[in-house]
Design a protein around this ligand. Structure first.
Ligand SMILES: Cc1cc2nc3c(=O)[nH]c(=O)nc-3n(C[C@H](O)[C@H](O)[C@H](O)COP(=O)(O)OP(=O)(O)OC[C@H]3O[C@@H](n4cnc5c(N)ncnc54)[C@H](O)[C@@H]3O)c2cc1C
Length: 294
């Protein structure tokens, strides 16, 4: 690793002030499970930073708060282990608990943060499809002030985000789930653990009161496009419909068409497309069943 300065502020204001004062060439550091590896590799993905600003001591990034009518505030600095075991997440946003619970080993889960996973912007990031399907927004604070960005607008490409210099992703806002709803995330990997998703699929569904019609459907795909993406045509084909076998199969076929995968050493584009169809169909069935049970 080449030398860099390291700052460890104790508040968000202090962190932003460091970015303002020091200027270009700085980077936030959370758990370091992506960033430190990239620095050791020489920092090919971005210009080598002149300084790092640690986010570890910032209390503002540690929120885990349910607000009636607003939903869940989830701090970007929470670790995967904290997210995966949080009752507020497991009960109402289980797709996110599924994703966080898959990241690396126990050691990785105790270091890696949910904010770092999102800001690293890998198309295969395991919390990205759940957060997309759950319609999360990111609250961002930086030298120019504060803004709220829907996650769909957050990723611009592999390793590229909407963050500007000195901006910190502080927390996610997850809207309250609808009644009779359920969400699930699964990924396909050749190995059961310590592997990166060949395909990741998250679905979130809500049924009407009688349990006969799908009021809302969200399908998000990971590792099959330059960024995590929603399968909007598949969602639209199911919303307002009875969840019949035919309707679910049609939606899964549309999701397969919406994926834009590449071939790499983990799998060919056609294998990935096939997986999207199979996984979407299975997860929709499972989520609908769970939503029915309430
Ligand atoms: C052994 C191992 C196994 C792994 N397995 C998986 C896996 O199964 N699934 C998976 O998805 N990932 C996996 N990863 C990748 C990694 O653990 C995750 O992406 C992790 O969540 C990154 O979080 P972090 O806190 O370590 O981020 P860091 O490495 O500290 O930062 C990552 C990037 O995000 C930026 N950043 C971090 N936090 C913020 C913030 N709040 N605001 C603005 N910018 C920020 C940093 O500047 C940096 O560019 C693995 C990594 C390792 C080393």
């Amino acid at each position: 690793m080449r030398p860099f300065a390291h700052f460890a502020p104790g508040s968000l204001d202090e962190a932003v002030e460091i970015f303002r004062r020091e200027g270009e060439g700085g980077r936030p550091l959370a758990g370091g499970t992506d960033l430190v590896v990239q620095l050791k590799e020489g920092g090919h993905k971005f210009p080598y930073p002149r300084y790092l600003v640690s986010l570890r001591r910032l209390p503002e990034l540690r929120a885990l708060e349910w607000r009636d009518g607003q939903g869940l505030l989830l701090g970007a600095g929470l670790t995967m282990a904290e997210v995966a075991r949080a009752e507020a997440v497991r009960g109402r946003y289980s797709a996110l608990a599924d994703g966080a619970g898959l990241v690396g080993s126990l050691q990785t889960m105790n270091m890696a943060t949910v904010g770092g996973n999102v800001c690293n912007a890998a198309p295969s990031a395991d919390t990205a499809p759940p957060l997309l399907a759950l319609e999360a927004s990111a609250r961002i604070v930086g030298p120019e002030g504060e803004r709220l960005v829907p996650l769909e607008e957050f990723w611009l490409g592999p390793g590229q985000t909407a963050l500007r210099h000195g901006e910190v992703l502080v927390e996610f806002l997850l809207p309250p789930p609808m009644p009779r709803s359920a969400s699930i995330y699964r990924r396909h990997t050749p190995r059961q653990q310590m592997d990166i998703a060949v395909v990741g699929v998250a679905v979130a569904v809500a049924l009407d009161e009688a349990g006969r019609t799908l009021r809302k459907v969200r399908i998000a795909l990971g590792a099959v496009a330059p960024t995590p993406v929603r399968a909007r045509r598949a969602e639209a084909a199911l919303e307002g419909q009875a969840p019949t076998d035919e309707a679910i199969a049609r939606a899964a076929a549309l999701a397969r068409e919406e994926a834009r995968p590449i071939s790499d050493l983990r799998g060919s584009a056609s294998f990935r497309r096939h997986l999207v169809g199979v996984m979407t169909e299975r997860l929709l069935r499972e989520a609908i069943e769970r939503a029915r049970r309430g």
